[in-house]
Write a protein of this length. Structure first.
Ligand code: C2E
Ligand code: CA
Ligand code: CA
Length: 548
């Protein structure tokens, strides 16, 4: 009967299990979802104990790893796979590539590569029918050991797969540091979440992989929805219960003979000036420049079919400049168009299109709304210099340098506004102008008002200070207060002739109201123009109630 073996039983039975092939291999096919053809298979270890029945990897692998026995297990599995391939060759069957798992502990055993190579030669299997799966966690002890093994495997012609990509949190870094040939994305790490953030992370990983020209296999695919989703984001290769559970050798042979197979080839190539892959190679000049010498920069892709944009890579300075407290992962997985104004989106897209046409650097300034847990919603103005660095049929890759120009922009706007006021005031020598904020009852006088009437730059509770100062004489005080009530009620224009100051000099006083998009009055712009002798037909009779 089936019984989970204890650690000491496992250790005690191990040698015998290897010799008698109680430890054996099952095969899980990998399928091209678009064509239904088999592109490979993964060898998975099983242990069927004569007394205790089937044991699963999750139970015995940790024990073997902790007791230094995983290396022998992996070598045993590799040999069984070679034997299997030899049998297929001898029987004249079509061979398909089989991937073998390499434990992260095998990395510390310096002759893993030599040993498997010896076995491969013994059975005389062409290297293209054997692949090695390494896991992200192999890099825990440092990237150097893994990349040494990877180089050795590559020299001998083995293709290497990155297993469980997306499980560790350093995934994006691993990809740029390790030059793997195939990436395996595990769906179970993102279960139930493909519609939301998980889906966005998946699609940006697939995107990045495609720019690296690295095929992606989605693992753990159980439903058609998952398979179709992966297909829609450009990942056609699938390994999972949807198609096959791991199969015993005999069943697997049957499937090989009925299914066509095809090679795993990437469907995209970069035809433009620079090699995008260099961006992920830590030693390349591009990376050096990207992370150290340029300012805030990002790499993004654009799909002309649905005008979608995805951020693929950002450097540290980018995070500092426009990240607003978000992490690299948050920036990459967020939808860049969420919460943005259509106008700003259009401006950006037009610049992207211009950059495609010209092949030159194109610049735009646009406002972006950034939502973060830390800062809430914030509007920032960004200057982006965009340049195309790669293209395929419908997809384009861009390099962008960004600068957060929010502060400059605000300063400029303020300067522009106050300049506009002052220019307005001084251009007409006898015009006094001011701005009245309806909600706060604050008044900002023009430069001339300040100079000639001795007003401070900001008056609270307007118009009371002007009445107190005698600028508006007492007999006009109530009328003038009435005007401000009307402004509050939403009148759009007011004017009258009013004698101002103790000299009672007649001025043509006007107000024009500015409204917000909901029709709510925001500000009123006031002006007072001295009435000159020849001003025709002054409309307002001060003694009457002034209406527009
Ligand atoms: P892995 O390399 O990620 O293998 C894939 C695992 O997912 C396998 O579990 C497979 O049976 C399972 N799987 C496949 N399709 C689906 C699906 O649609 N849904 C779900 N939920 N699971 C699916 P298995 O065979 O139990 O292996 C577990 C792990 O044990 C493997 O994960 C691998 O890390 C390790 N392992 C298996 N064989 C070997 C080996 O020969 N050597 C070493 N070092 N590790 C091995
Ligand atoms: Ca694996
Ligand atoms: Ca896996």
């Amino acid at each position: 009967m089936e019984k989970r073996m204890t650690e000491s039983e496992l250790l005690g039975n191990f040698r015998e299990a290897i010799e008698n092939e109680y430890i054996f291999v099952v095969y899980q096919p990998q399928i091209n979802h678009s064509t239904g053809r088999m592109i490979g298979a993964e060898a998975l270890v099983r242990w069927k104990d004569p007394e205790n029945g089937m044991q699963f990897p999750s139970d015995f692998i940790p024990v073997l790893e902790n007791n230094g026995l995983i290396f022998d297990t992996d070598i045993h599995v590799f040999e069984m796979v070679c034997k299997f391939q030899r049998k297929c060759l001898d029987e004249g069957m079509g061979l398909i590539p089989i991937s073998v798992n390499m434990s992260r502990f095998d990395i510390y055993d310096h002759n893993y590569v030599e040993q498997i190579e010896e076995i491969r030669k013994k059975y005389d299997i062409p290297v293209k029918y054997l692949r090695i799966e390494i896991t992200e966690s192999s890099a825990i002890g440092g990237i150097e050991l893994v990349s040494d093994v990877l180089d050795k495997l590559h020299e001998l012609g083995y293709l290497v797969e990155m297993d469980d990509f997306g499980s560790g949190y350093s995934s994006l870094n691993i990809l740029k540091d390790l030059d793997v040939d195939i990436i395996k994305l595990d769906m179970t790490f993102l279960s139930g979440n493909i519609g939301g953030r998980g889906g966005t992370i998946l699609s940006s990983m697939v995107n990045m992989a495609r720019w690296l020209k690295t095929p992606v296999i989605a693992e753990g695919v159980e439903t058609m929805t998952q398979a179709d989703y992966m297909n829609s984001i450009g990942c056609n290769y699938i390994q999972g219960y949807l198609y096959y559970k791991p199969l015993r050798e005999e069943e697997f042979i049957k499937e090989i003979s009925v299914l066509n197979h095809e090679p795993t080839v990437s469907d995209m190539s970069l035809i433009d000036t620079i090699e995008a892959g260099k961006f992920w190679n830590p030693e390349s000049m591009e990376t050096l420049i990207f992370s150290n010498y340029v300012g805030a920069a990002a790499v993004f892709s654009y799909d002309s079919r649905d005008e979608s944009v995805e951020v693929l890579r950002v450097n540290k300075k980018y995070i500092k400049e426009v990240g607003m407290g978000r992490s690299e992962k948050e920036i990459i997985s967020s939808d860049p168009w969420e919460n943005q104004d259509e106008k700003d989106r259009k401006l950006f897209m037009d610049t992207v299109k211009k950059a495609i046409e010209s092949g030159e650097e194109e610049v735009c300034e646009h406002w972006r709304t950034v939502c973060t847990e830390m800062c809430g919603v914030e509007k920032i103005c960004v200057r982006s210099s965009i340049r195309i660095i790669g293209r395929t049929e419908n997809r384009y890759l861009f390099y962008t340098m960004v600068r957060n120009i929010t502060a400059e922009k605000k300063q400029y706007n303020e300067l522009y506004n106050s300049e506009r006021r002052f220019r307005f005031a001084s251009e007409q020598a006898n015009v006094y102008a001011w701005e009245y904020d309806i909600a706060t009852k604050r008044m900002r006088p023009c430069y001339r008002c300040m100079r000639d009437l001795g007003l401070p730059p900001l008056l609270e509770n307007y118009p009371e200070p002007a009445i107190d100062a005698g600028i508006f004489p007492q007999d006009y005080a109530d009328m003038y207060r009435g005007w401000h009530k009307k402004l509050e009620e939403g009148v759009d224009h007011l004017e009258a002739i009013i004698p101002l100051t103790i000299g009672r000099v007649p001025f043509h006083v006007r107000y024009t109201t500015e409204f917000d998009e909901n029709g709510k009055p925001l500000k009123a712009y006031g002006s007072a123009t001295m009435v000159v002798e020849d001003e025709e037909n002054p409309e307002g009779n001060p003694e009457e109630n002034p209406e527009n």
